[in-house]
Design a protein. Structure first.
Ligand code: NOJ
Ligand code: CA
Length: 672
């Protein structure tokens, strides 16, 4: 029965492609001509897009529109009023990013449609690596409409592999499910697919503002409907309809899995920053922090006997940063309010804990050339945070603080959801106000990135993932997790996964029995599922312009593998994902100035990854320093075994990297 339905869908798609090819007036294609998107209101005036690549059906997007409580039709009865086309082929620069130079090359179609009661405006932009569409309404006086649902449907032409996390409106901190698309009942985006014909695809959204997040809900085997985060009324409503555009609904397409990673489509569907935006002080940086000790239970956020963010400890971290070429230090638990953690969640963002002399610590850090990252855990108490935000920003400005790590670990008030319009409006407000103050952000428990970092370049990084912290207090993340992320979550934007745990089996806990009590766990089961070389590789692979070496500094002191982080430059100019498959392995290279950094990592399987060094400068010899797995390394049985070797390499050569099960390699290549 299912396969019969699939055949019918494919047939319909084929019919649509044929008629689309005839209907050139509403067809727009990618600059290389491979992707065609055709706009087609059907006989009921429902708006649809039919998408093909190399003349083979990919997806039909139908029923585009909204359902509102009032009897105003926002999904049917439309006829075309006006169609126009545009093209763009330009290059723009960003202050930081995987690539500083971005090519923006697309063809666009703009359409106006009307059903007599309202007008609908559709924009479609088609790039060589995918497309996006968005729409808005002129409600023509039908104001105060309550949005109940988006009706837009995605009918994929093929089944295949799908990597997704569940559609959840409070969190993204899940392991990825790898299952057939036809068995995926719901998904948050980015959701990644490898269709049975070998084509790779990822669905997401770009430029999400002042609206509710889109997830996908299966309505039939290969058919999914947009499913928006509800508001807090419990009545099934999403928000009030306004006349603004939806976010861009985006579809990346690639012959290889790494094509998805190498795309800039999401950034290109966001706006350039305002002209008066000052980038001074907005710059990538490496950081360490008083952080992991709390997750292990060795330290606490509250000012008790185990307090982590004391003046003395802060000074130790600053000294370590200064001595090891680390730009910044994060202090969690520096402020007042942690006693309420999990209760009323009333944090104070300008008052330090009694045993933390924050002013002296900041002044000391600055004398040492080290930046301080100030932590703002809100606990989800948005009204409390918003009421203090101005003063908290001034507090930072006066002290020369350039970066804040925010956190939203806790429910929002009045049953508001993290990913609802309420949440998104808050996250965007913080981002905009912090930009005015020239303050960078690392957002934990965030809304998923949608490329807004182009417009707000202070939005450096964020979590929105089941990150390292889960290894401290759960069964942890399997080795396949970190090689799934580049093909899924990271297609959305930078990721503060917080890699770099060197004490993989938590040997330090042996001298901290009280920590085990705090965590209520057996430390033998709790650990990081990795080799040490893979932790170094993740600094390169899991791109974050604010990148953390997450372990306690005592685990780095004198460790030869830490040299890679000391030498690492997060301010890269150019990046390329070289090879890989979701959940299996990946290798990525980045260039910062003249220096190349390469990271390769694998899942539970050992493998040899061959990297063709065709990105190096011609006629130049490089010294490669390879921080890799030892011959007998294994994430489970021998995770700390590493080898550091030097080699002379040049353009065109193939660098062979042997990765242990759950292992990896990090390579620095410098001109000789
Ligand atoms: C969750 C964040 O992800 C983590 O980094 C932070 O340490 C805790 N919340 C406490 O704020
Ligand atoms: Ca978190």
């Amino acid at each position: 029965m299912k396969s019969c339905k699939i055949h019918i869908i494919i047939l319909l798609l084929l019919v649509a492609i044929v008629s689309c090819n005839r209907n050139v007036d509403t067809m727009v294609q990618s600059p290389d001509g491979r992707i065609k998107v055709c706009l087609q209101p059907d006989e009921d005036g429902k708006v649809a897009l039919c998408v093909s690549r190399d003349d083979s059906a990919v997806v039909a997007i139908s029923n585009i529109g909204m359902k509102v409580r009032e009897s105003v039709p926002l999904d049917s009865g439309f006829h075309l009023v006006d169609v126009s086309f545009a093209s763009c082929d330009s290059v723009w620069m960003q202050p930081w990013g995987e690539n500083k130079e971005i090519q923006e090359h697309y063809n666009a179609l703009f359409a106006k449609m009307s059903n007599g009661m309202v007008d609908m405006f559709m924009e479609i932009k088609v790039f060589d690596d995918g497309f996006g569409f968005r729409y808005r309404y002129d409600l023509k006086g039908h104001d105060n409409l309550t949005l109940l649902d988006e009706l837009t449907r995605f009918d994929f032409a093929h089944d295949g592999d799908c990597w997704s996390i569940p559609a959840n409106f409070e969190s993204y901190e899940f392991l990825y499910r790898h299952q057939p698309l036809s068995q995926t009942v719901d998904a948050n985006t980015p959701v990644t697919m490898r269709f049975d014909n070998g084509l790779y695809c990822s669905v997401h959204e770009a430029n999400l503002r002042n609206f509710a997040e889109m997830t996908l809900r299966q309505v039939d085997s290969l058919s999914f409907q947009s499913w928006l985060s509800p508001d807090n009324t419990g009545s099934g409503s999403v928000c009030m309809m306004d006349a603004g555009f939806t976010s861009w609904r985006t579809i990346l397409l690639g012959d290889n899995a790494v094509d998805l990673i190498n795309s800039s489509l999401l950034l290109n569907l966001n706006e350039a920053p305002e002209k008066d935006v000052a980038f001074d002080g907005i710059r990538p940086m490496k950081y360490i922090g008083i952080w992991w000790g709390m997750h292990l239970g060795i330290n606490s956020w509250t000012p008790d006997a185990r307090h982590g963010a004391t003046t003395a400890n802060a000074i130790k971290y600053i000294d370590f940063a200064a001595a090891n070429n680390v730009d910044a230090v994060l202090f969690e638990g520096w402020n007042q309010g942690w006693e309420q953690w999990g209760g009323s969640q009333v944090f104070n963002f300008t008052q330090a804990a009694p045993d933390m002399d924050i002013d002296s610590v900041i002044a000391y850090a600055h004398r040492k050339g080290v930046e301080v990252i100030i932590h703002h855990e809100t606990g989800g108490n948005i009204p409390n945070y918003e009421s203090q935000f101005d003063s908290a920003l001034s507090w930072c400005r006066v002290r020369g603080i350039q970066a804040i790590k925010t956190g939203y670990a806790g429910g929002f008030p009045d049953r508001q959801l993290h990913h609802s319009q309420y949440g998104i409006t808050h996250y965007n407000k913080v981002m905009q106000e912090a930009l005015q103050a020239g303050v960078m952000l690392d957002v934990h428990e965030p809304i998923k990135p949608t490329g807004l970092r182009r417009t707000y370049p202070n939005l450096m990084t964020g979590e929105g993932v089941r990150g390292m912290e889960w290894n401290a207090w759960s069964d942890g993340n399997p080795p396949s997790h970190q090689v799934t992320l580049p093909f899924t979550r990271m297609l959305a934007g930078p990721l503060d996964y917080t890699p770099g745990i060197f004490d993989i089996t938590y040997r330090l806990l042996e001298s901290h029995p009280e920590a085990r009590k705090w965590n209520q766990k057996d430390s033998r089961e709790c650990r990081v599922h990795t080799t040490i070389a893979k932790q170094c590789a993740l600094w390169v692979i899991l791109y974050s312009p604010m990148v953390m070496a997450a372990d306690l500094i005592e685990n780095y002191e004198g460790h030869p593998m830490f040299q890679f982080f000391s030498d690492y430059d997060p301010d890269c100019d150019w990046s390329r994902a070289l090879n890989g498959e979701p959940g299996e392995y990946v290798s990525v290279v980045r260039r910062a100035g003249d220096v190349f950094f390469l990271g390769a990592a694998t899942n539970e399987e050992a493998r040899i990854v061959n990297v063709k060094l065709d990105f190096l400068e011609p006629e130049t010899e490089y010294e490669a320093l390879v921080y890799g797995d030892a011959q007998d390394a294994h994430y489970d049985t021998n995770p700390m075994a590493y080898s550091i070797r030097r080699a002379t390499v040049h353009k065109g050569q193939v660098l062979q990297l042997r990765l242990a099960p759950g292992g990896g390699a990090a390579v620095r290549m410098v001109e000789r």
